[in-house]
Structure formats: C-alpha cells, structure tokens
Design a protein around this ligand. Structure first.
Ligand code: XLS
Ligand code: CA
Ligand code: CA
Length: 448
C-alpha cells in the first residue's frame, strides 16, 4: 500500500470537515437522468501525478515518490502502476490518461522501448480489468526526447518523422488493446521558432499527412476511439501550429480531416492563447468539435502553462455551462492535466489536488445545470437578438435580403434605439446561482 494515510474518498457533503472527503462531488447523485460520475467522467493524468518530481527550469525535483525508486525500468514501471491504481480506486475516478513514456521509460533503442511498452500494456490491462478503471485516452510523447528538437511530424528531419510515426502506430495499437475511448495528439513541438529556417508549407502538409496515416491505421486495426487534437498557442515552441480551437479546426478543414477529429481543450492553453476557456469550448461546440477537456488553471500573474488544479468555481460554472449546452461529454471527459505545486511534495497532496478539482467541477456542473434548466442565460440572449425573429431581421436571418433592400429600409428607419447589454446584471445572476448552491450546503471550517 502506498497511500496509507488515505482511505477510499467518499462523498460527505459540504458540511463535512473530513479533508479526504468530497464536499460537492457525489458520484451516485442523479441529475437529468445520469449520475454525476457519468456526466463528469473524471480522469487522472499519469504524468503529473505519478511521474513528476517537481523540477522546474530553476530547480531540481522536490518530490521523491516511493514508487519511483526501483532501478530496473520495468520494476519501476510496475510499482508505479500499482501506486496509480491504488490512487484511482481510492479516489473513485473512472478513467486515467497517459503518454507512452509515462508508463515506462524509453529503452536504449526503439525496439527496446516497444518491448517495455508491450510488457506494461499487459500489466495495465490486468489492473484495468480488476479495478474497472478505464482509459480515457493515451498519446505518444513526441516532445521530451532530444531527437524531437525540431518537432516530430513537422520535423525537418524525415528520420524523426518516421520515429514519430512508429510511436503513433504503437500508441494506436495500445489504444485498441486497452480500449481507450479517445486518442490524443498534442503537437508538443509541432511549431516553429523562426521563419528564417522554416518551410511552413511543407511542415503543415507533413503534419496533415501524418494525421491521415493515423486515421488510416486506426481503421485498419479497428480502433474506433475518438481522435482528438489538443490546441496550445505556444510553449515549448514560439508558434504552435495548433494555436487554438479555431486554428485547429481550420487546419483540419483545409486538409479534409475534420470529420475524423474532435478537440481536447485545456483551460490553461485557452488562457495562454488570450481566450477564456469558455470561448474555446464555444468555438469547438459550434463546429461539433468539442471532444474532451483537460481541466486545470493558469495563474493571472504568470504567463506560462502552470497547470494548477482547478479551484476557480466561477470558471468551472462557465466551462461546464458550455459543455452541458453542447450536450455533455460523449467519448470525452474531464482529465486533470494538473500538477501539485513543487512545494506540495507529499503523496497526500495528490489527493488534496484531485479532491479540490473534482469538487470544483462538480459544483460548477450543478450550477451550470440549473442555469441551463432555468434558461436563465438563454432567455436573456434570445431576447437580445429578438430583432432577427421578425421583419427585416428575419429577412436577414433567412438570407432573403440584399444591400439595396437593406439600404431602402435603413433610409426609412435611421432613428436607432439600442438596449442595454446588462453585463453586470448577468454576472450578478451567475453569482447568485453559485452562492445559492453553496448556501444550501453551508461550509464549516476544515480539520487538518
Ligand atoms: C502540455 C499538454 C500535454 C497534453 C498531452 O502542455 O497539455 O500534457 O495534454 O500530451
Ligand atoms: Ca493537456
Ligand atoms: Ca498544459
């Protein structure tokens, strides 16, 4: 046993003072015909939770996990997997996510890497079967190893492109074997730093061909999970090709790939792109491209990808609102692509981070559900655009007009009356929903 301090985390309600209990996430509570567990589809990310050691560009690791101390790669990987499944089960999450290198380190050769991976996949498969924990998505890490210095599917070096292809081929076989519900592409180093050394057209063509080959291979082996592209504007490269939802959708459309993909949107990537998370979710939903989310948050004062556990209730309401408005998750879910701060180095901090994130999203979900059910926002928006439901507005909406007709109309109707956008009133309304949800379950001081 690795987490001796923590028993199975249960729902106790907002009144609970138990540090390892859910205050808002009640997995079995039924809302709108589904349980909260089914709505939210929480997943733990392997890399931040079981691999990360707290190192940053200025300092060495501050976290030494007992499960990462074995020397042989496979012994270490198996011990880590045991810790991971103990964690999943105690937390009661239905899913997890991983990159190939998260579950076992690379070998000296690609052949050795694949040998290790095969061993670990059988090991994980057994643990998944006994625990019932499922794979939300897996992916191939094509950014950490020095060979990916110029990118993977956008590298200037064709040999690197081939290695990336081999890793994705393996990743899809793993996805099929473990029944992954999605397969993710995050273009870690798919971008560039300067046009002085970059053939952008060739890189984009190559990237599209790479995705095409992945789609073909998935069909060939019968992997029917959902392909997801994860946008991010920058970091590590200066210009990432999958900048944001709109850019990624336009890229997929241009290359005729759109129908094979949806997006995995990350909150912190949205803010790095200068968007709100809800903006990214809305753009994706408009194109029927909302697949899954990486829940986390950045820091207002830091301009990089801090991957903090989401604790911002207001943000969780607005993002869950978009997700529910779009019809909720299908193959996707809420993956905590979030890490504890390097000063939070105990194993128990991993529970605190996840419990905080799960409660935040659970409350966000409940409030968003009420807002939608009461049509609190929808009715205001409908009223705001009412002018398009009759007269000249209806003609515009139905494409029944032209500049000449509009000009003739305008000449007779140039005394404009606009109505208030009532932003402050609406924000106060969202606050009221949130505060009411909190008030019905009053908070008490936690014991530590
Ligand atoms: C990094 C990304 C990465 C993807 C999976 O910023 O968030 O972790 O989610 O490769
Ligand atoms: Ca992510
Ligand atoms: Ca991130």
């Amino acid at each position: 046993m690795f987490f001796k301090e923590v028993e199975t985390v249960k729902y106790e309600g907002a009144d609970s003072d138990h540090p390892y209990a859910f205050k808002y996430y009640n997995p079995d509570e039924r809302i709108g015909g589904k349980t909260m567990k089914e709505h939210l589809r929480f997943a733990v990310s392997y890399w931040h939770t079981f691999d990360a050691d707290g190192s940053d560009p200025f300092g060495d690791g501050t976290i030494s996990r007992s499960w990462n101390r074995m020397t042989h790669p496979l012994d270490k990987a198996k011990t880590r997997a045991e810790a991971a499944f103990e964690f999943f089960e105690k937390l009661g999450v239905p899913y997890f996510c991983f990159h190939d290198v998260d579950v076992v380190q690379e070998g000296d050769t690609l052949r050795e890497t694949f040998f290790y991976l095969d061993k670990m996949v059988s090991f994980l498969k057994e643990m998944m079967e006994t625990s019932g924990v499922k794979l939300l998505w897996n992916t191939a890490n094509m950014f950490t190893h020095p060979r990916f210095v110029h990118g993977a599917a956008t590298s200037c070096n064709a040999d690197v492109y081939a290695i990336a292809a081999a890793k994705v081929k393996k990743g899809l076989e793993i996805a099929k074997e473990l029944g992954a519900e999605n397969y993710v592409f995050w273009g870690g180093r798919e971008g560039y730093d300067t046009l002085l050394n970059t053939n952008m057209k060739l890189e984009l063509d190559n990237l599209a061909a790479f995705y095409r080959m992945a789609v073909d291979y998935a069909n060939e082996i019968g992997f029917d999970g959902q392909f997801l592209i994860e946008p991010k504007p920058k970091e590590p490269t200066k210009h990432q090709y999958d900048f944001d939802a709109a850019t990624s959708i336009a890229f997929l459309e241009t290359y005729g790939l759109k129908k094979h993909f949806k997006l995995n949107l990350e909150a912190n990537h949205a803010t790095l792109a200068g968007h709100t998370f809800e903006h990214e979710l809305r753009v994706a939903a408009l194109h029927d491209m909302l697949g899954s989310i990486d829940a986390n948050q950045g820091d207002l004062l830091l301009g990089w990808d801090t991957d903090e556990f989401p604790t911002d209730l207001y943000g969780a309401v607005l993002s869950m609102y978009e997700i529910l408005k779009a019809g909720g998750f299908k193959a996707g879910g809420i993956n905590f692509d979030a890490k504890v701060r390097r000063a939070s180095f105990t194993d128990e901090d991993l529970f605190h981070g996840h419990i905080a994130g799960m409660d935040t999203y659970a409350l966000g979900f409940k409030v968003a559900y009420q807002l939608l059910e009461n049509r609190a926002i929808e009715s205001v928006i409908e009223e705001r655009y009412e002018s398009y439901t009759k007269g000249i507005g209806l003609d515009i909406a139905e494409g029944k007009t032209d500049l000449k007709k509009l000009a003739a109309y305008a000449l007779e109707n140039d005394r404009i009356e606009n109505k208030s956008g009532r932003q402050e009133m609406l924000k106060a309304m969202v606050n009221r929903y949130l505060l009411n949800a909190l008030r019905s379950e009053p908070a008490r001081k936690e014991k530590h």
